[in-house]
Design a protein around this ligand. Structure first.
Ligand code: UDP
Length: 327
Protein backbone atom coordinates (compact mmCIF):
# COMPACT_ATOMS: atom_id res chain seq x y z
CA UNK A 1 0.00 0.00 0.00
CA UNK A 2 1.56 3.21 -1.17
CA UNK A 3 1.70 6.44 0.77
CA UNK A 4 1.68 9.57 -1.37
CA UNK A 5 3.53 12.55 0.06
CA UNK A 6 2.96 15.82 -1.79
CA UNK A 7 5.67 18.33 -0.98
CA UNK A 8 7.89 15.49 0.18
CA UNK A 9 10.98 17.37 -1.01
CA UNK A 10 10.23 20.28 1.31
CA UNK A 11 11.34 20.95 4.84
CA UNK A 12 8.74 19.11 6.92
CA UNK A 13 7.64 16.71 4.18
CA UNK A 14 11.16 15.41 3.55
CA UNK A 15 11.67 14.65 7.23
CA UNK A 16 8.35 12.79 7.45
CA UNK A 17 9.35 10.84 4.32
CA UNK A 18 12.69 10.05 6.02
CA UNK A 19 10.85 8.54 8.99
CA UNK A 20 8.32 6.65 6.85
CA UNK A 21 11.00 5.27 4.53
CA UNK A 22 13.17 4.17 7.41
CA UNK A 23 10.20 2.29 8.85
CA UNK A 24 9.91 0.42 5.54
CA UNK A 25 6.84 2.19 4.13
CA UNK A 26 6.36 2.43 0.37
CA UNK A 27 6.44 6.16 -0.34
CA UNK A 28 5.87 8.18 -3.49
CA UNK A 29 6.90 11.83 -3.32
CA UNK A 30 5.16 14.28 -5.68
CA UNK A 31 6.77 17.71 -5.65
CA UNK A 32 7.20 20.52 -8.17
CA UNK A 33 10.55 21.52 -6.62
CA UNK A 34 9.53 25.20 -6.49
CA UNK A 35 10.61 25.18 -2.86
CA UNK A 36 11.65 21.58 -2.38
CA UNK A 37 14.97 19.96 -3.17
CA UNK A 38 15.52 16.70 -5.03
CA UNK A 39 18.41 15.94 -2.67
CA UNK A 40 16.07 16.16 0.33
CA UNK A 41 14.05 13.15 -0.83
CA UNK A 42 15.03 9.98 1.00
CA UNK A 43 16.66 7.52 -1.45
CA UNK A 44 14.15 4.79 -0.58
CA UNK A 45 11.20 6.95 -1.70
CA UNK A 46 10.09 7.14 -5.31
CA UNK A 47 10.27 10.70 -6.62
CA UNK A 48 7.97 12.24 -9.23
CA UNK A 49 8.45 15.85 -10.21
CA UNK A 50 5.02 17.28 -10.85
CA UNK A 51 2.62 20.05 -10.04
CA UNK A 52 -0.78 19.70 -8.41
CA UNK A 53 -2.04 22.45 -10.73
CA UNK A 54 -1.53 19.97 -13.59
CA UNK A 55 -4.72 17.90 -13.46
CA UNK A 56 -3.50 15.42 -16.08
CA UNK A 57 -0.30 14.78 -14.11
CA UNK A 58 -2.30 14.23 -10.93
CA UNK A 59 -4.59 11.75 -12.72
CA UNK A 60 -1.57 9.96 -14.12
CA UNK A 61 -0.09 9.75 -10.62
CA UNK A 62 -3.18 7.96 -9.31
CA UNK A 63 -3.44 5.75 -12.39
CA UNK A 64 0.13 4.55 -11.91
CA UNK A 65 -0.01 3.86 -8.15
CA UNK A 66 -2.43 2.26 -5.71
CA UNK A 67 -2.49 4.94 -3.09
CA UNK A 68 -4.07 4.24 0.26
CA UNK A 69 -2.97 7.30 2.20
CA UNK A 70 -1.91 10.83 1.39
CA UNK A 71 0.13 13.31 3.36
CA UNK A 72 -0.39 16.70 1.76
CA UNK A 73 2.41 19.15 2.49
CA UNK A 74 2.69 20.84 -0.91
CA UNK A 75 1.61 24.41 -0.40
CA UNK A 76 2.62 28.02 -0.31
CA UNK A 77 3.21 28.66 3.35
CA UNK A 78 4.08 32.29 4.05
CA UNK A 79 1.72 34.42 6.13
CA UNK A 80 3.41 37.67 5.08
CA UNK A 81 3.44 36.83 1.37
CA UNK A 82 -0.21 35.83 1.50
CA UNK A 83 -1.10 39.32 2.69
CA UNK A 84 0.50 40.68 -0.50
CA UNK A 85 -0.56 37.92 -2.89
CA UNK A 86 -3.94 36.67 -1.72
CA UNK A 87 -4.74 34.91 -5.00
CA UNK A 88 -1.63 32.74 -4.73
CA UNK A 89 -3.08 31.39 -1.49
CA UNK A 90 -6.86 31.57 -1.78
CA UNK A 91 -6.43 30.57 -5.43
CA UNK A 92 -3.50 28.24 -5.96
CA UNK A 93 -3.29 26.62 -2.51
CA UNK A 94 -6.99 25.86 -2.57
CA UNK A 95 -7.23 24.82 -6.24
CA UNK A 96 -4.17 22.57 -6.03
CA UNK A 97 -5.54 20.98 -2.86
CA UNK A 98 -8.87 20.39 -4.56
CA UNK A 99 -7.22 18.82 -7.61
CA UNK A 100 -5.58 16.40 -5.23
CA UNK A 101 -8.77 15.74 -3.25
CA UNK A 102 -10.77 15.17 -6.41
CA UNK A 103 -8.28 12.62 -7.71
CA UNK A 104 -7.95 11.04 -4.26
CA UNK A 105 -11.67 10.55 -3.77
CA UNK A 106 -12.05 9.29 -7.37
CA UNK A 107 -9.35 6.71 -6.61
CA UNK A 108 -10.89 5.68 -3.29
CA UNK A 109 -8.03 6.87 -1.10
CA UNK A 110 -8.81 6.12 2.53
CA UNK A 111 -6.65 8.43 4.63
CA UNK A 112 -5.55 12.02 4.26
CA UNK A 113 -3.29 14.08 6.45
CA UNK A 114 -3.35 17.82 5.89
CA UNK A 115 -0.63 20.23 6.91
CA UNK A 116 -2.73 22.93 8.53
CA UNK A 117 -1.69 25.90 10.58
CA UNK A 118 -1.85 27.88 13.81
CA UNK A 119 -2.74 30.83 11.59
CA UNK A 120 -6.36 29.65 11.97
CA UNK A 121 -6.25 31.40 15.33
CA UNK A 122 -5.65 35.06 14.79
CA UNK A 123 -7.43 36.30 17.88
CA UNK A 124 -7.31 33.50 20.42
CA UNK A 125 -9.45 34.15 23.46
CA UNK A 126 -7.54 31.63 25.53
CA UNK A 127 -3.93 30.51 25.64
CA UNK A 128 -2.75 27.83 25.16
CA UNK A 129 -4.96 27.37 22.10
CA UNK A 130 -7.20 24.30 22.19
CA UNK A 131 -9.14 22.79 19.29
CA UNK A 132 -12.29 24.35 20.74
CA UNK A 133 -10.92 27.85 20.11
CA UNK A 134 -12.88 30.00 17.67
CA UNK A 135 -11.37 29.88 14.19
CA UNK A 136 -10.41 33.29 12.83
CA UNK A 137 -7.84 32.86 10.04
CA UNK A 138 -5.15 35.52 10.33
CA UNK A 139 -4.31 35.76 6.64
CA UNK A 140 -5.19 34.38 3.20
CA UNK A 141 -2.69 31.62 4.00
CA UNK A 142 -4.59 30.59 7.13
CA UNK A 143 -7.89 30.89 5.28
CA UNK A 144 -6.63 28.60 2.48
CA UNK A 145 -5.89 25.90 5.05
CA UNK A 146 -9.24 26.40 6.73
CA UNK A 147 -11.02 25.99 3.39
CA UNK A 148 -9.21 22.67 2.86
CA UNK A 149 -10.14 21.56 6.38
CA UNK A 150 -13.79 22.29 5.55
CA UNK A 151 -13.56 20.30 2.32
CA UNK A 152 -12.12 17.41 4.29
CA UNK A 153 -14.95 17.66 6.78
CA UNK A 154 -17.45 17.13 3.97
CA UNK A 155 -15.40 14.51 2.14
CA UNK A 156 -15.29 12.50 5.35
CA UNK A 157 -19.10 12.51 5.40
CA UNK A 158 -19.76 12.11 1.70
CA UNK A 159 -16.77 10.09 0.48
CA UNK A 160 -15.55 8.15 3.51
CA UNK A 161 -12.20 9.92 3.39
CA UNK A 162 -10.81 9.88 6.93
CA UNK A 163 -8.52 12.77 7.65
CA UNK A 164 -6.31 14.36 10.23
CA UNK A 165 -5.56 18.06 10.03
CA UNK A 166 -2.38 18.87 11.91
CA UNK A 167 -2.29 22.55 12.73
CA UNK A 168 1.38 23.24 13.03
CA UNK A 169 2.57 25.98 15.24
CA UNK A 170 6.19 26.93 14.36
CA UNK A 171 8.19 24.09 12.85
CA UNK A 172 11.88 24.39 13.65
CA UNK A 173 15.08 22.39 14.02
CA UNK A 174 16.39 19.68 11.72
CA UNK A 175 17.09 15.98 11.51
CA UNK A 176 20.77 15.06 11.24
CA UNK A 177 20.32 14.66 7.47
CA UNK A 178 17.59 17.12 6.51
CA UNK A 179 16.84 20.71 7.39
CA UNK A 180 15.29 24.00 6.39
CA UNK A 181 16.35 25.51 3.06
CA UNK A 182 13.92 28.04 1.62
CA UNK A 183 14.65 30.61 -1.06
CA UNK A 184 14.01 33.30 -0.06
CA UNK A 185 14.26 32.37 3.61
CA UNK A 186 11.84 34.30 5.81
CA UNK A 187 11.48 32.14 8.93
CA UNK A 188 12.89 33.47 12.13
CA UNK A 189 15.31 30.74 13.23
CA UNK A 190 17.07 30.20 9.86
CA UNK A 191 17.25 33.96 9.31
CA UNK A 192 18.80 34.47 12.75
CA UNK A 193 21.28 31.66 12.11
CA UNK A 194 22.19 33.09 8.70
CA UNK A 195 23.48 36.17 10.55
CA UNK A 196 25.74 33.89 12.58
CA UNK A 197 26.87 32.28 9.30
CA UNK A 198 27.88 35.71 8.04
CA UNK A 199 25.28 35.70 5.25
CA UNK A 200 23.31 38.60 6.69
CA UNK A 201 24.50 41.62 8.63
CA UNK A 202 21.68 41.66 11.17
CA UNK A 203 18.25 40.41 12.06
CA UNK A 204 15.26 42.74 11.88
CA UNK A 205 12.70 42.12 14.60
CA UNK A 206 9.26 42.77 13.16
CA UNK A 207 7.79 44.93 15.92
CA UNK A 208 8.56 45.24 19.62
CA UNK A 209 5.31 46.90 20.68
CA UNK A 210 3.21 43.77 21.02
CA UNK A 211 1.41 43.09 24.32
CA UNK A 212 4.00 40.49 25.42
CA UNK A 213 6.59 40.70 28.24
CA UNK A 214 9.44 41.89 25.98
CA UNK A 215 7.19 43.37 23.29
CA UNK A 216 8.15 40.81 20.62
CA UNK A 217 5.90 38.07 19.23
CA UNK A 218 5.72 34.75 21.03
CA UNK A 219 5.56 31.50 19.09
CA UNK A 220 5.42 27.82 19.98
CA UNK A 221 8.46 26.28 18.25
CA UNK A 222 8.06 22.56 17.72
CA UNK A 223 10.99 20.42 16.65
CA UNK A 224 10.50 19.03 13.16
CA UNK A 225 11.36 15.51 14.41
CA UNK A 226 8.50 15.74 16.92
CA UNK A 227 6.28 17.14 14.20
CA UNK A 228 7.20 14.23 11.94
CA UNK A 229 6.40 11.78 14.71
CA UNK A 230 2.91 13.28 14.99
CA UNK A 231 2.28 12.47 11.31
CA UNK A 232 3.34 8.87 11.80
CA UNK A 233 1.01 8.52 14.81
CA UNK A 234 -1.85 10.22 12.98
CA UNK A 235 -1.42 7.92 9.99
CA UNK A 236 -1.35 4.82 12.20
CA UNK A 237 -4.51 5.97 13.98
CA UNK A 238 -6.34 6.40 10.68
CA UNK A 239 -5.05 3.06 9.41
CA UNK A 240 -6.37 1.45 12.61
CA UNK A 241 -9.82 2.83 11.83
CA UNK A 242 -9.66 5.99 13.93
CA UNK A 243 -11.98 8.93 13.25
CA UNK A 244 -11.23 12.16 11.42
CA UNK A 245 -9.69 14.75 13.73
CA UNK A 246 -8.07 18.14 13.87
CA UNK A 247 -5.18 18.66 16.25
CA UNK A 248 -3.25 21.71 17.36
CA UNK A 249 0.37 20.78 17.21
CA UNK A 250 2.90 22.62 19.31
CA UNK A 251 4.73 21.89 22.54
CA UNK A 252 2.54 24.11 24.71
CA UNK A 253 5.32 26.52 25.51
CA UNK A 254 6.15 29.81 23.79
CA UNK A 255 9.31 31.81 23.25
CA UNK A 256 9.65 35.43 22.17
CA UNK A 257 11.73 36.59 19.22
CA UNK A 258 14.21 38.08 21.69
CA UNK A 259 14.51 34.70 23.44
CA UNK A 260 15.14 32.95 20.12
CA UNK A 261 17.88 35.44 19.27
CA UNK A 262 19.43 35.05 22.75
CA UNK A 263 19.47 31.24 22.37
CA UNK A 264 21.09 31.58 18.94
CA UNK A 265 23.76 33.93 20.33
CA UNK A 266 24.59 31.41 23.03
CA UNK A 267 24.75 28.44 20.67
CA UNK A 268 26.69 30.10 17.87
CA UNK A 269 28.90 32.40 19.95
CA UNK A 270 28.07 35.14 17.42
CA UNK A 271 26.83 38.58 18.53
CA UNK A 272 23.90 38.47 16.01
CA UNK A 273 23.05 42.19 15.84
CA UNK A 274 19.31 42.88 15.96
CA UNK A 275 17.36 45.97 14.92
CA UNK A 276 13.70 46.77 15.41
CA UNK A 277 11.57 47.17 12.31
CA UNK A 278 7.84 47.65 11.73
CA UNK A 279 5.30 44.91 12.43
CA UNK A 280 4.74 42.35 9.70
CA UNK A 281 1.09 42.36 8.60
CA UNK A 282 -0.83 39.23 9.60
CA UNK A 283 1.26 38.43 12.70
CA UNK A 284 -0.67 37.72 15.90
CA UNK A 285 1.13 38.64 19.16
CA UNK A 286 1.17 35.23 20.74
CA UNK A 287 0.49 31.70 19.50
CA UNK A 288 0.88 28.78 21.88
CA UNK A 289 -0.77 25.40 21.26
CA UNK A 290 -2.46 23.17 23.73
CA UNK A 291 -1.20 19.76 22.63
CA UNK A 292 -3.50 18.05 25.18
CA UNK A 293 -5.78 16.44 22.57
CA UNK A 294 -3.06 14.90 20.41
CA UNK A 295 -1.20 13.74 23.51
CA UNK A 296 -4.30 12.13 24.94
CA UNK A 297 -5.67 10.60 21.74
CA UNK A 298 -2.53 9.70 19.78
CA UNK A 299 0.01 9.44 22.60
CA UNK A 300 2.20 12.14 21.02
CA UNK A 301 5.01 13.33 23.27
CA UNK A 302 7.45 15.98 22.10
CA UNK A 303 11.03 15.00 22.91
CA UNK A 304 12.83 18.24 22.05
CA UNK A 305 11.15 20.99 24.02
CA UNK A 306 14.10 23.19 24.97
CA UNK A 307 14.68 26.16 22.70
CA UNK A 308 18.42 25.55 22.80
CA UNK A 309 17.97 21.99 21.52
CA UNK A 310 15.72 23.16 18.70
CA UNK A 311 17.96 26.05 17.64
CA UNK A 312 21.05 23.88 18.25
CA UNK A 313 19.83 21.16 15.87
CA UNK A 314 19.07 23.77 13.20
CA UNK A 315 22.55 25.23 13.71
CA UNK A 316 24.23 21.84 13.38
CA UNK A 317 22.46 21.27 10.07
CA UNK A 318 23.46 24.69 8.76
CA UNK A 319 27.05 24.11 9.76
CA UNK A 320 27.07 20.78 7.94
CA UNK A 321 25.24 22.27 4.94
CA UNK A 322 26.31 25.92 4.78
CA UNK A 323 24.63 26.37 1.41
CA UNK A 324 21.63 24.21 2.18
CA UNK A 325 21.04 21.44 -0.35
CA UNK A 326 23.15 23.19 -3.02
CA UNK A 327 26.47 21.46 -3.30
N1 UDP B 1 10.27 37.41 12.47
C1 UDP B 1 11.09 38.51 12.66
N2 UDP B 1 12.13 38.72 11.78
C2 UDP B 1 12.38 37.89 10.74
C3 UDP B 1 11.54 36.75 10.56
C4 UDP B 1 10.49 36.56 11.45
O1 UDP B 1 10.89 39.30 13.59
O2 UDP B 1 13.31 38.15 9.96
C5 UDP B 1 9.16 37.18 13.41
C6 UDP B 1 7.79 37.13 12.76
O3 UDP B 1 7.26 38.43 12.59
C7 UDP B 1 7.02 36.27 13.76
C8 UDP B 1 8.08 35.30 14.30
O4 UDP B 1 9.34 35.92 14.01
O5 UDP B 1 6.55 37.07 14.83
C9 UDP B 1 8.05 33.94 13.65
O6 UDP B 1 7.99 34.14 12.25
P1 UDP B 1 8.18 33.00 11.19
O7 UDP B 1 8.12 33.65 9.84
O8 UDP B 1 9.39 32.21 11.53
O9 UDP B 1 6.95 32.03 11.41
P2 UDP B 1 5.36 32.30 11.42
O10 UDP B 1 5.01 32.55 12.85
O11 UDP B 1 5.07 33.45 10.52
O12 UDP B 1 4.80 31.02 10.91
Amino acid sequence: MTILVTGGAGYIGSIVVEQLAEQGAEVVVFDNLFQGHRAAVHPKAKFIQGDLADVAAVKQLFAAHTIESILHFASYTLVGESMEKPFKYLGDNVTNGLNLLQAATDAGVKHFILSSTANLFDQPERLPIAETERIVPGSPYGESKFILERFLHWLDITKNLRFTALRYFNAAGASPERGEDHDPETHLIPVVLSVAQGKRQQITIFGNDYPTPDGTCIRDYVHVLDLAQAHILALKALQAGGPSRQYNLGIGKGYSIQEVIAAARKITGHAIPAVIGPRRPGDPAELIASPAAIQRELGWQPHYTELETIVGDAWRWFQKNPNGYEK
